[in-house]
Unconditional design. Sequence first.
Length: 571
Amino acid sequence: MSIELKINTQRGKRYLVITERYWDKEAKKARTKTYQNLGSLEKLQEQYLDPIAHFKEEAKRLNEEFKEKKRLIELKLDMSLTINDNVENTKNIGYVALSKIYHELFLDRFFSNKQRYSKKNFNISNIMKLLVFQRILYPSSKRSTWENKDLFFENSSFSLEDVYRCLSEVNTYSHDIVKHLYSHTLKNYSVEKETLYYDVTNYYFEIDKEDEIRKKGFSKEKRSDPIIQMGLFIDENQIPISYKLFPGNTHDTKTLIPILNEVKNQLGFIKTIVVAGKGLNSNENKINLVKASNGYIFSEKILGANKDLCTFVLDEKDYQCYSSTYRFKSRIVKKPVFVTSDKGRIKYVLEEKQVVVYSEKYANRIKHKRELTLTKANNLIKNISAYNKATHYGAAKYIANLSFDKNTGEILNDVENQLFIDEERIAKEEVFDGYYVIVTSEINKSDSEIFTSYHGLYKIEDQFKITKHEFKTRPVYLSRQDRIEAHFLTCYISLVLIRLLSIKLGNKYSIEQITKSLKNTTVSHIGQNYYVTNYVDEVILEIQKQLGIVLTKKYLSEGDIRTLVGSVKKH
């Protein structure tokens, strides 16, 4: 409602009228009605020196009075009322920060455009918002997500079956979604295009039977269940660039080139330096990267390496102190490598830099880890019947004369009295405690540049922790392959949104802090169409400051909330 002074002209005479402009809910448009007829300007001039100026001030006073009345609302509470279990009395409004990022990336427009060519009668964008926002704030099964759809102030007029059908639909253009996300991230954020971090993790499924993508393979949780492999690329700012799913029995080294080729073809990357751990280090990957004018920075095993490298590592000559914590040295080598292809075994000569690093902190960590493993080994020698491959992982290598049944994988009973700790092996390992080697195709980069790039690998490990622990990507309560793949797509979109929100906040807070604060930012219905806000903290204050959305008003009308929700959807 607003009050204004109007001047009307009738038969050559001017009349002053105070009008009231208001919103007609039924007609859904603004209307104007007469609030007070003041009379002709000629007669009013007999009373007032400047009637127009006087009544403009009067209209201003009425507006202020109206605002004050609107600000001070008197609610009548019926103390006999009980809670209605069919109504969501507490709703989340912290999600509007995520909604702002969602709309900044034009995901709503993307899904709307896809909807035009689809015969689906459900709103794809509305369902995807529910799946993504709840994955970040209230991760659960698709059924539970749908049952709690009224937690947000969004249009949720769709069925559970619509949710499942939506998963199948978006999976058909998942590559387009990844490309769209990257394109719009590039417009608004600083993306590092040359150096990309890559790693692989896996997600287990508590099922007995394998299928096309859920296969038994090496599980990082040491489980025997079928798994799915996920390869993920991020940049130096921890912005997700792309991902790809692989059957669980795919070796880590076999995942890199397929996803990198997709990244280059879809996203237009020219040269990419891939930074990855030793699990991705293979001659085949190195050759494929170099042949495609890309580069690599990998770690390499020292134990089991050739004698020349071991001698170079242990030779104390030429080590330079990088800081009080690290010292390193390097050399450039040309080494012959062999790769098997359709044409047979082909020889290449790789020129690469080897950077040897020593860290006392790393040495202490290795020693501590070995001590724990040796404790397992000693316990195993004392009680072979308690052997379990998962709980005794790594212990077997320190036990001499240990042998296993080829069929069952169990320890052979006839070796029980011949087992002892392999001290010779321990001694060979100890001389390399604290050392590790970084190998790279980028021979013109300085040792410190290579060292710094490699140590950024923790960034991608953090992203996997977010998906597994914060987003609870597993367990997956789906059986159809297309819907399982779409589940991981929603998790990927969720990761992009929360990372971009973290960047907007200056990376001052952990993802755990941000999600906790957004989850806690709720409002409770207190009567009529009014709500009370339940929570605020420094994260919410920073979100309010950086994103320009007000989340700290103590009391809100339903109209205020609708305005807030709508404001973040404007492009």
